[in-house]
Design a protein around this ligand. Sequence first.
Ligand code: ADP
Ligand code: SF4
Length: 681
Amino acid sequence: MSYDLLFEPVKIGPVTAPNRFYAVPHSTGHGHLAPQGSRALREMKAAGGWGSVCTSITEISETSDLAGHQVERIWGDVYLGAHLKQVEAIKKHGALAGIELGHAGMRSRNFISGVPVIGPSNLPIIRPEMPLQARAMDKADIWQFRQDHRRAAQAAKEAGYDIIYVYAAHDISIFTNFLTLRTNHRTDEYGGSLENRARLLREVLEDTLEIANGECAVALRFSVHETNAITPIKYDAEGRDIVEMLGHLPDLWDVNISGWSSDSNTSRFSEEGHQLPFTDFVKSVTNKPVVGVGRYTSPDKMVSLIKSGKLDLIGAARPSIADPYLPNKIKAGQVEDIRECIGCNVCVSCDAYGVEVRCTQNPTMSEEWRRGWHPENVPAAKSAQNILIVGGGPAGLECAWTLARAGHQVTLAEAENEFGGRALKESGLVGLSAWRRVRDYRIYQLQQRDNVTLYPANKLSAEDIKEFEADQVIIATGASWRNDGVGSMNFAPLPWLSEVNIITPDDVMSESKSVTGKVVVYDDEHNYIGSVMAEELRKQGHSVTLVTPHREVAAWTDYTLEIGKILNRLATLEIPVHTDYQLLDGNDTQLRFEYLRPAGENRMLDCDTLVFVGARLPKDELYLELQKSMPAESLHLVGDALVPGIIQAAVFSGHKTARSILAQVNGETEFFRLDRPDAGP
Ligand code: ADP
Ligand code: SF4
C-alpha cells in the first residue's frame, strides 16, 4: 500500500500542516517546572516527522491551578521564555507548534494560588476525595475568565504558536462544566438550554479567533461523547448538536471521547481505533479539518481512515511517545521498524504521580535532555567488544538491541525456545496480547543484524558463561513469583502454605500445575496480574474468587485508569471479590482470613487451589556465582534479576546498562542533568 496520502499537507485555517501526523496535546510530567525536558521531548517528535506537535494542557491563570500534576503554564510573562524556546525547537524541524490553552474549572485545586476554584454552579469540585467546593461564577468572574483566556491567547501568539487551542475535552475543562447539565445548574443566559450552556465556549472561541486574527489557527478540542457521566453528552445527541452549532468556528476540530479513562483506554479493554464509532460523524457535520486519536500505529489503518473520510489528521499521544520517529519510518518504508505502543498506560500513570513520563516501549522517553538519549541513535562504540547476554526477556532484548546498534558483537542466549521472557508469557493471558509487541519489535531488529547471534533453547550455566570468554557479560535472567506468602502487605513468609495446593502466576502461564476445584486468587501485588489471573481462570471454566488484603482491588491500576474497568469486568464474569482480607492460615479445602475492617474478625473461604500473587524473587544465582571470578566492570545485572518491577522498568534497566557500557568503552562520562524552570523571557 502507498502511504503518500499520509504525507500530504493539510490546511488548518491560515496555517498548513506539512503532513497528516498530528501529535495531540498530552501531559508529559515535565510541565513548567522542567521546561528543558519538555522541549526536548517535543522536539524529538518534530524531528521524527510529526507534522504538528502540541503542548500539554497549559493553565491560563491561577484560577486553574492543577497543583501536583506537572502541566505547562501561561499565567503571566514569566512563562513566556519557555514557550518561545519550545516553539523554536518544534518549528526548527518544519512542524507546526500547537498550544492547548486550558482551564480545568471544577477539576482545579488551587492549592498553590489559594484562590477559589470556579465553575458554573456552587458544587463540590470533581474530585470526590477532596473537601473542596467550586464557586458559581458571577458575571465579573466570567468577564475575568474571558480576559485571562484572551491574555493567554495573545501570549501564545507572541510566543509563535501556529495553533492555539480552546480546550473543551474530558471533564478537566471549565467548558465541559458549563456544557453538561450535571454541573451547570444556572438559570441565567449561561444555563438551561444547550445554546445557553454553550455560550461561554462560543464566546471564548470568538475571542480567540479575534486574537489569532488569521495569523494562527484556532483548534477546538472537544469530547463528543461522555462514557462515565450521569447526564452525559452523547455523540448522537447533544455532542452532535454542539458540533453542528459551532462547526464553522474553529479552524480545526480535535475530537475524542471522555472521561480520560475512555479516551486513553488500555489495550486490555479496547482495540486500536476504539473511539471511531463515536467520533466519525464529525467530518459529516463540519467542513473544517478533523483530527482524532485511537492508539493508531498501523499505517494501513491510517490510510483507510483518510480514504474513507473519517479523519483528516491522524492524532496520537501514546503512539508518538512509544515511537517519536513513527512518521519518518513510514515515509522511509520501514514499517516493520515502528515501535508500537502496547497500550499499557504506564505513561499515563506518571501524570497521576506528577513525575516525568516513562514508556514501556521507549526507554529514552523523558531522557532526551537530561541524559542525552535519542530513541533511534546510539553512539558508535570506539572498539567493538564481544558481549554475552543471558536471558532474552524485555531487559535482555533491549540491552542486546542497544549494544548491537553501537556495533558490538552481541550474543543473546535464552533458556526457552522463544525469546520474550515475561512479555511473551503474559501476552498469552486474556487481554494482554499487545504485550508481545515488546518482544516482537526487538527480536525483529536483532534478527536483521549480522553482529548478533541468537541462541534460543540455551540455558547457560556459570561454567558455560566463563568458557565463552566474553568481554562483558550481562545477566538478564528475570524473576520468579514467590509462593511463600510474601507480598506488598505481608513481609513474613507463611510456612503453612506448603501444606495447601498453592500455585503462582508462573505456574498458570506455563500450565505446569493443575488447577482444581474452587480457586481463590489472592492478590497482594495490586497491579494488573491478580485480576488477569482471576479472569483467565474464569475463562478456562473454573469457579474463581478474588481476594486482596488491600482496601481496593488492583489498587495500582487506578493510575493506569483501569480500576473501574477491572471492577466491571470482574462483575460481568460474576467473580466474587473480597477486599481487606488478610491471609491467616488454611488447609486443603479452606482458607482463613482476618477481616481488616474492623480488625480481628475471621472469615473462611472454600479453596482447593490458591493462586498466590505476591512479591517476586530475582533470579540472580548466576550473577552471584560469576561475581566470585569475574571483574566487576565486566559483569552486569539487569531487569527483574536486578530488582523485580514492571516491564517498563526492565526495558529501561536493559537500556541504561547498555548506555553505561557504551560510555565505559568510549571513555565518556554519563550525565544526568537536573532540570529547572526558565526564568522569564
Ligand atoms: P526481564 O523482565 O528482566 O527481562 P524476564 O523474566 O522477562 O526478565 O526474562 C528473563 C529471561 O531469562 C527468561 O526468558 C528466562 O527464560 C531467561 N533465563 C533465565 N535463566 C537463564 C539462563 N541460565 N540461561 C538463559 N536464559 C535464562
Ligand atoms: Fe504506549 Fe505503554 Fe508507552 Fe504509554 S507507556 S506510550 S501505553 S507503550
